[in-house]
Design a binder for this molecule. Structure first.
Ligand code: PGA
Length: 249
């Protein structure tokens, strides 16, 4: 039985005051249950998030990390720094990082290994564009993204990781994958990993992301290979995010 996970991806949003209000709303409204709840904040807010969430049932993390431990890497943030701020999770390979900041599979794999080595949990994102879906290459695209990291990091690293399937055409568009579409890709990913290691594949939480809201979360999370969600827009609203967490119970 896999533990459901609901992770908020705040992206580049928020201010000290809105973050404080959001966290207070989450702390007050969350009924701790079976699901793990995580919020992934912009770097400058991590100290504030740590202060607000310490001792609560909510974990926190970042949306990116450097593959390097320290040194002359202007503008980068190391995994060790994230650890100092109490982060437990790091989103890696989000499609916005792949498309807008030219992150490639090889670099994402190096970041994944740095996060694993530090004992934090990577949330590795994979997903196809609309063009790729229409060309019928969805399975090939997501399997390639997954296997690039499996080949570099080793399959055992995935016993400490989370995978997120996020179709690019569903992110921030209001157009969610249907539960059938999402389940089909989740099953494909799990089977691909099972071909390498069945036990690891069986335990791996695979989250769906892309326009998840309170209204569609329950039917997505009811699918056998969907173990929770990676939530963008709706994670900025305490009430909406709490409703999604509730749907994962
Ligand atoms: P969305 O974003 O929920 O706003 O579509 C999801 C994500 O990009 O992680």
């Amino acid at each position: 039985m896999r533990t459901p996970v609901v992770a908020g991806n705040w992206k580049m949003n928020g201010s000290k005051s809105t973050v404080t209000a959001l966290l207070q709303g989450l702390k007050q409204g969350l009924n701790p249950g079976r699901a793990s709840v995580v919020v992934c904040a912009p770097f400058p807010f991590l100290g504030l998030v740590a202060d607000e969430l310490s001792g609560s049932a909510i974990q926190w993390g970042a949306q990116n990390a450097s593959q390097y431990p320290a040194g002359a890497y202007t503008g980068e943030v190391s995994v060790g720094m994230l650890q100092e701020f109490g982060c437990s999770h790091v989103i890696l390979g989000h499609s916005e990082r792949r498309a807008l900041f030219s992150e490639q599979n090889e670099q994402i794999a190096a970041k994944f290994m740095a996060v694993i080595d530090a004992g934090l949990t990577p949330i590795l994102c994979v997903g196809e564009t609309l063009e790729q879906r229409e060309a019928g290459t969805t399975a090939q695209v997501v399997e390639e993204q997954l296997m690039a990291v499996v080949d570099a990091a080793g399959v055992i690293a995935f016993s400490k990781a989370i995978l997120a399937y996020e179709p690019v055409w569903a992110i921030g568009t209001g157009r969610t994958a249907s539960p059938q579409q999402a389940q089909e890709v989740h099953e494909t990913l799990r089977k691909r990993l099972a071909a390498v290691d069945g036990a690891v594949a069986d335990k791996l939480p695979i989250l769906y992301g892309g326009s998840v809201k309170a209204a569609n979360a329950a039917e997505l999370f009811a699918c056998p290979d969907i173990d929770g969600g990676l939530i963008g827009g709706a994670s900025l609203d305490a009430e909406a995010f709490l409703a999604i967490c509730h749907a994962a119970e």
